[in-house]
Design a protein around this ligand. Structure first.
Ligand code: SAM
Length: 249
């Protein structure tokens, strides 16, 4: 893989950790793609405010590992899938997943054009052909027939409160498909609220996967919601409303 990016410190490979935590390891070509992604994000970060996580081990843990660990064993085991990353920012978790699973089709959505321009420009450098970057509000896409109930997986990392994220994500997922909410701390109150809100949106909590990050032992939870019924047509509500007035339990 060739590029004109400035030279950057090398990311650690951590093959043993990948294997232990995900029963998966990147190939040498995928490790090269991770390195290119790292160099690219550091470079782009000088022009657009993308991330404060810039040290190699930190980037490996909090962007690469965290993005992939969020989907758990689905990373190694799930069939080819149509996946939406809502509020992808600089492409997390979508870009690491596109590298790890070239057989998945990923739509990376963000409402900020500058961020999607960054994602778009990364694709040729990473030689990725399985990513569709898209500028838009999820509240709008959730009502378009080309997106509503079209995805096997919908992923949401660091975008809003759980009730807001559920309203963003559940309309997009197919019946029987799954939403993964990437969270840090997780409380009983949040779980009770989400259980009730998910029900209003046609979803149910299937699993709460608690784990720690492998280098700094940060607390993480992946909340898996299964779509068990069609989402009522009223959801998602108009642009801005899911965030300003989150659904109540
Ligand atoms: N998921 C990335 C990550 O974990 O690094 C980025 C997180 S960033 C804190 C949240 C992103 O969500 C922002 O880039 C913002 O533009 C986007 N966003 C927030 N609300 C949105 C909406 N309603 N529709 C689409 N994107 C949205």
């Amino acid at each position: 893989m060739t590029s004109d990016l400035p030279s950057t410190a090398s990311l650690p490979s951590q093959l043993d950790i990948w294997q232990e935590t995900l029963a998966w390891q990147p190939t040498p070509a995928q490790q090269d793609q991770f390195q290119t992604l790292y160099a690219y994000i550091l470079d782009a970060n000088q022009h657009v405010n993308l991330t404060r996580i810039t040290e190699p081990l930190d980037f490996w843990e909090k962007h690469l590992w965290d993005s992939l660990r969020g989907v758990g064993m689905g990373l190694a085991n799930a069939a080819p899938a149509r996946v939406m990353d809502v509020g992808t920012g600089a492409g997390f978790p979508g870009l690491p997943l596109a590298i790890a699973r070239p057989d998945w089709d990923l739509t990376l959505l963000d409402s900020t054009r500058k961020k999607i321009d960054v994602v778009q420009a990364a694709l040729p450098l990473l030689e990725l052909t399985n990513v569709i970057p898209m500028v838009g509000r999820v509240e709008t896409l959730g009502h378009l027939p080309t997106h509503r109930e079209q995805y096997d997986w919908v992923l949401v990392r660091a975008v809003a409160s759980v009730a807001t994220c559920a309203e963003y994500a559940l309309p997009l997922v197919k019946l029987g498909g799954q939403v993964v909410l990437y969270r840090g701390q997780w409380t009983v109150e949040e779980e009770q609220q989400l259980q009730a809100v998910a029900r209003q949106l046609g979803g149910a909590i299937a699993q709460v996967d608690a784990f720690e990050t492998p280098i700094t032992q940060g607390v993480r939870h992946s909340i898996y919601l299964t779509k068990v019924a069609a989402t009522p047509a009223a959801y998602p509500r108009a642009v801005g409303i899911p965030k300003q007035q989150p659904l109540l339990a």
